[in-house]
Design a protein around this ligand. Structure first.
Ligand code: IMP
Ligand code: MG
Length: 222
């Protein structure tokens, strides 16, 4: 590891943060490099869970809404960490917004419709925590927030995301969306690269990887 990480605050990951961990066998021609090792994700997840436990210390039941597919690994770990630190009882629901399908983003995007494929059943708690893998141009979470507030009338809504991309050249429309989105819990800030692993895919590949990697985007751009 290149430096000591302060896990108490959002961790900023540089492109070559873990370049000296090349011992891992990332020989796959579709993978560029290791971005965040599993143990680093685990430590940061524990800190996020502790924050959530503190913030919801007066809440008996918290409804976790997990965004499929990418958040399933993170949400499973986060929920168990919330239990270990004595947090509120959790109930789970899953919704499936589709924003990029099997592709990845192009340069200079200004709009993408995020269609919600599986909707929510009834909510048993006033408190909803959305658990998401990654925020890129904010199309997905903006659509999910609109759905939960307007169609489900959720009063207390927070967002927990594992990764937040630092966008390099966002269109003004995208910057506005990002500025309008408050993220309550963020695991890591990462460079503007397409990533995969730990539940997250590149064209459906690599969800099973324990670590998060960057991929060679030329293989996935349509
Ligand atoms: P946004 O709507 O542009 O913020 O993108 C967020 C959604 O797109 C997430 O739910 C992810 O599923 C997907 N996504 C965005 N960036 C990546 C990435 O680098 N790798 C894999 N999926 C991504
Ligand atoms: Mg997604």
């Amino acid at each position: 590891m290149n430096k000591d990480i302060d896990f108490a605050n959002t961790v900023v990951i540089q492109d070559d943060e873990f370049h000296d961990e090349a011992a891992r066998p990332f020989a796959d021609h579709r993978i560029d490099r290791l971005l965040i090792p599993e143990r680093t994700i685990r430590k940061r997840t524990r800190v996020l869970a502790e924050q959530i436990c503190r913030d919801y210390s007066h809440t008996e039941l918290l409804h976790a809404v997990i965004l499929l597919k990418g958040a399933f690994v993170f949400a499973a770990d986060l929920g168990r960490e919330i239990c270990r630190c004595g947090g509120p009882e959790l109930q789970y629901d899953f919704i499936k917004p589709i924003t990029y399908g099997k592709g990845i983003k192009a340069g200079g995007e200004t709009h993408r419709a995020a269609r919600i494929e599986y909707a929510l059943e009834d909510l048993n708690s006033d408190h909803v925590l959305v658990i998401e893998d990654i925020v890129d141009q904010a199309f997905t979470l903006s659509a999910v927030r609109k759905y939960l507030q307007e169609e489900k009338q959720v009063a207390s809504l927070k967002f927990c995301v594992l990764l937040e991309k630092t966008l390099e050249h966002p269109a003004p429309e995208v910057q506005k969306l990002r500025d309008g989105l408050t993220l309550d819990y963020v695991g890591f800030q990462i460079p503007d690269r397409w990533v995969a692993g730990f539940g997250i895919d590149a064209g459906e590949d690599f969800r099973h990887l324990p670590d998060i990697v960057t991929v060679k985007e030329e293989y996935y751009r349509k």
